[in-house]
Design a protein around this ligand. Structure first.
Ligand SMILES: Cc1ncc(COP(=O)(O)O)c(C=O)c1O
Length: 329
């Protein structure tokens, strides 16, 4: 039973069906097809705003291309010290931006501390933009009010929404309120962790940024000629609110696991569990025994030696959660 990540899971049946049909007929290439146009219209409706949409195969590409568009090479991009762009993406943002600096900012529970942010902005030679992950890498959330505080800095804002759906359902805020109404210029809208087989979308809320991004997208090899491969997935993902239904389920499974873990002695939750990611402190021999029973999860050095991460997904079952809880107990 796999609790390693939400991207170890496959895809929703609706996405598999869409993929099975993706090869039918001829279609305009490079994103000029009707499916990609429909995805743009779906996103405009979801966000209540005109948008440009660039389908991508990875969140890393989405983040790096977005941020490169929002900064000059000599600029500073502020993010949390545990942000994926800082810790995991092989300096893709620095590379695609031609050398802009990613400045890590401290803060509890995976969230940027506003005092620290203000200090880093003051000290940077050329502050260019902020990147906020919502839901965060620590499985916590930024509320609408916290997003407003980022808007107050007046710096352009990027949201890494690898788990944006989980944030929307957990905060019960509208997608617009978590993005452009709070100053977000570009969102990397995740799908891969929440039911697509491998498709995320860059959603651009400011038309002038979309122009430059379009060139970077093509130049970096991300403008797929058979864009339908990605667009069919995104269309199915947004149809009948599959993206929200999947995230609601993943979050509910995490809450079930959280409540169960809270009842077990000797095992401790390290962070608040707001979305679908849990961090647990437990003895190494317990973790080893779980692994021997076939449970899979990651150790998480960010929180120390005896910290482990469990992630629930769109297709995690109650039975799997309950079996894990019984095994831990
Ligand atoms: C918060 C966050 N952002 C971005 C990504 C990048 O996604 P990918 O692995 O598709 O490049 C991940 C993946 O784990 C993530 O957790």
């Amino acid at each position: 039973m796999d609790f390693r990540s939400d991207n170890t899971h496959g895809c929703s049946p609706e996405i598999a069906d869409a993929l099975a049909r993706a090869g039918e007929g001829t279609r305009s290439s490079y994103g000029r097809d009707e499916i990609t146009a429909r995805v743009r219209a779906q996103c405009a409706e979801i966000f209540e705003h005109e948008v440009e949409v660039f389908p991508v195969i990875s969140g890393t590409a989405g983040n790096a291309l977005s941020l490169a568009t929002m900064t000059p090479p000599w600029g500073s991009i502020f993010c949390h010290e545990d942000a994926h762009i800082h810790r995991e993406e092989m300096n893709a943002t620095e590379f695609f931006s031609g050398g802009a600096k990613v400045v890590p900012v401290r803060g509890a529970n995976g969230k940027i501390d506003f005092e620290e942010l203000r200090r880093e902005i003051r000290l940077a030679p050329v502050p260019s933009c902020i990147s906020v992950t919502n839901a965060t890498e620590a499985g916590t959330l930024y509320s609408i009010d916290e997003m407003q505080a980022f808007a107050a800095t007046k710096l352009p804002l990027h949201v890494d929404g690898a788990r944006f759906a989980n944030a929307v359902v957990a905060t019960d805020a509208s997608p617009a309120d978590l993005t452009w109404r709070r100053g977000c210029d570009i969102l990397t809208f995740g799908g891969t962790k929440n039911g697509t087989l491998g498709a995320d979308a860059i959603v651009v809320f400011r038309a002038e940024l979309a122009k430059e991004l379009a060139v970077r997208y093509h130049r970096s090899g991300h403008r797929a000629s058979k864009m339908r491969l990605l667009s069919v997935q995104l269309e199915a993902y947004f149809t009948d609110e599959l993206w929200l239904r999947n995230a609601r389920h993943a979050n509910a499974m995490a809450a079930r696991l959280r409540d169960g873990i809270a009842r077990v002695d000797g095992v401790e939750l390290i962070q608040p569990v707001d979305a679908n990611v849990l961090f647990v402190r437990m003895a190494k021999n317990v973790a080893k025994a779980l692994e021997e029973k076939g449970y899979r999860f990651f150790d998480w050095a960010v929180f120390g030696e005896d910290a482990w991460r469990f992630v629930t997904a769109f297709d995690t079952t109650e039975g799997e959660v309950d079996a894990l809880l019984a095994a831990i107990a």
